[in-house]
Design a protein around this ligand. Structure first.
Ligand SMILES: [Zn+2]
Length: 576
């Protein structure tokens, strides 16, 4: 048993191999370290293990430099010096390290001592390295760069989208807030503004996507795969599930989750008292109450979140407090800060960092609980000697965060003293956990089609999207907005920026809901197991990580259906 008390977030990990004081922003100081690792002669399995630890130390030192520059840039985007420092790292350091790591990985595979490593400890690492080397193609480096440049174009196009509302130019993120307003005609007006703004760039986005699909297909073929789907399954290290498992997930969601989402939305429609639910009716409170306002200042937010974590387990409260004391939280929304939120890791210190743009919304609370789950994961795994094992695969990393949202939900009364408000926030947490599933299935099924039909025309793609969308669609009435519906996928940035990255959220949600179901009968035990699984970091294959957390690594109908029943039951119990 690994008690939560065993993590000491302040225990330092001094450099053993990288010289103290060496700067990881300077290639002249990094290169000799790669050379030393490359030239070292390894004469025993113990020496190979030490070599792996040293490689890991170098990797962490370089990664920490990148993260520091990234954080510095995102907390103040209007400082050109910070932007240049990050850009320089991406252009000057990152690409130079790639062939060096490849050479080290090849050296590892050739080492005669490799087969003597303990499989229980090194099995996962060995599989990762073997996979990296098998996919490495010199020819693909320029194609990957070209893809990255197209991604920048997507970000530029969508970042430049604004609308003018009541004489004021606002970003689409700012516009989204109006969809929570009780005034229905205002919601419709803003929704139409945003939709027509997006449609103005539809040809450019179609162009971009055509180019991306062609490039990615070429990358796959260069690596010896028939299509990009099969390639990316390996690239994303999906060792423990197949495309067929994803199809089973789609079928399970269609049968078990879509009916519940329909019920939730029908209920919403009745409460709103409207004939049909239109696309601008999904985010407003169904009883048309004004948006929840859980906190008035960042100090309120931090104190409340700490209290919630402390109630889940006192050690988690302490860990969160530690992050606040060490300035590992940058949460307020201010001019010049990048949008959105993320959790990132300072790999050398082995410390998490949380970035957010909290403005006092209910959603901000959920975001903090989510990112807090990621942060605890990093702290739990900090004693793992290999950097590979200090990060879990995304399918499980999101169990840590989505699971924490659900484990913490019973304690939302810290922010909501009024039981009505508490119920409202708790309901939203549960409803979000369900409504996400059909959308995950939609995006995933669409990508399966796109990359297994790489020669498709735009008309065929439009047709395929329409079919996928209606398969998982619920009760929202899009009549009169057929054009907007046909291109609704343009706003899902993952399709452009992280192809095939989306099913992870669905897989993780089934894990998180299993943990939550367990917590309903025995909260203490569920938290203990959750923590033990986090402690493993990425050192075990996915099914073992799920198992450690008390969940099955399955996401078919038989897994999804009972989870939907449990949520439906709880929603009924809470009432409104
Ligand atoms: Zn997350």
């Amino acid at each position: 048993m690994h008690s939560l008390m065993q993590v000491d977030p302040r225990r330092p990990f001094p450099r053993q191999f990288v010289p103290e004081g060496a700067t990881m922003g300077d290639w002249a100081q990094i290169e000799p370290l790669f050379r030393q690792l490359q030239d070292r002669s390894i004469n025993s399995v113990e020496e190979l293990e030490q070599w792996l630890v040293d490689c890991s130390e170098l990797s962490a030192a370089i990664a920490e430099e990148r993260t520091r520059r990234y954080i510095a840039m995102t907390v103040q985007t209007d400082d050109p010096v910070r932007e240049a420092a990050y850009q320089e790292f991406i252009e000057q350091i990152d690409p130079k390290t790639k062939p060096c790591w490849h050479a080290l990985e090849v050296a590892y595979l050739k080492s005669p001592h490799r087969k003597l490593l303990r499989i229980d400890r090194y099995g996962v690492l060995d599989r990762i390295i073997e996979n990296n080397v098998s996919l490495y193609r010199e020819d693909n480096i320029p194609l990957e760069t070209a893809d990255a440049l197209l991604m920048k174009d997507y970000q530029k196009l969508s970042g430049a989208m604004t609308v003018v509302h009541r004489g004021e130019e606002i970003t689409l993120q700012q516009a989204a807030k109006f969809l929570e307003e009780p005034d229905r005609s205002l919601r419709q007006q803003v929704w139409e503004l945003v939709t027509s703004r997006r449609l103005r760039d539809k040809e450019s986005l179609e162009d971009l996507y055509d180019k991306m699909v062609a490039l990615r297909t070429q990358i796959a073929r260069n690596a010896g795969f028939e299509n990009y789907r099969d390639y990316i399954f390996k690239r994303r290290r999906r060792f423990d599930y197949t495309p067929e498992d994803c199809l089973e997930f789609h079928a399970g969601v269609e049968r078990a989750a879509v009916p519940l989402v329909r019920e939730i939305l029908q209920e919403r429609r009745r409460k709103l008292g409207v004939e049909t639910l239109r696309p601008w009716d999904t985010l407003v409170d169904p009883q048309q109450r004004p948006p929840l306002r859980p906190f008035a200042s960042i100090e309120n937010l931090v104190m409340g979140i700490e209290e919630i974590f402390r109630r889940v387990d006192p050690a988690l409260g302490d860990q969160f407090r530690f992050m606040w004391e060490e300035k590992l939280l940058d949460l307020d929304s201010r001019k010049g800060k990048a949008p959105g939120g993320y959790q990132s890791t300072l790999h050398e210190r082995r410390w998490p960092f949380i970035f957010a743009n909290a403005v006092g919304r209910d959603d901000d609370v959920r975001t903090m609980l989510h990112e807090g789950g990621h942060a605890f994961h990093q702290l739990a795994a900090r004693e793992q000697p290999l950097i590979h094992y200090r990060n879990a695969p995304i399918e499980f990393a999101e169990v840590a965060s989505m699971g924490m949202e659900l484990l913490a939900a019973p304690h939302l009364d810290v922010f909501y003293k009024n039981p009505e408000d508490y119920k409202r926030s708790y309901r939203t947490t549960l409803e979000d956990a369900v409504t996400i599933l059909p959308w995950v299935a939609t995006i995933d099924a669409f990508q399966h089609w796109v990359y297994t039909h790489p020669a498709h025309t735009r008309a065929q793609r439009r047709e395929a999207w329409g079919q996928v969308f209606s398969r998982f669609s619920t009760v929202v009435d899009w009549r009169g907005y057929e054009e907007a519906l046909a291109y609704a996928w343009h706003r899902q940035l993952h399709l452009f920026l992280s192809p095939f990255y989306y099913i992870e959220y669905g897989i993780a949600e089934t894990g998180a809901l299993q943990i939550w179901t367990r917590s309903r009968t025995n909260h203490r035990e569920a938290v203990e197991r959750y923590w033990q699984a986090l402690w493993l970091g990425g050192s075990r294959p996915l099914p073992r990580l799920f198992e450690a957390a008390g969940a099955r690594f399955r996401f078919d109908y038989d897994t999804v259906a009972p989870l939907m029943d449990a949520v439906a039951e709880e929603l009924g119990r809470i009432g409104d």
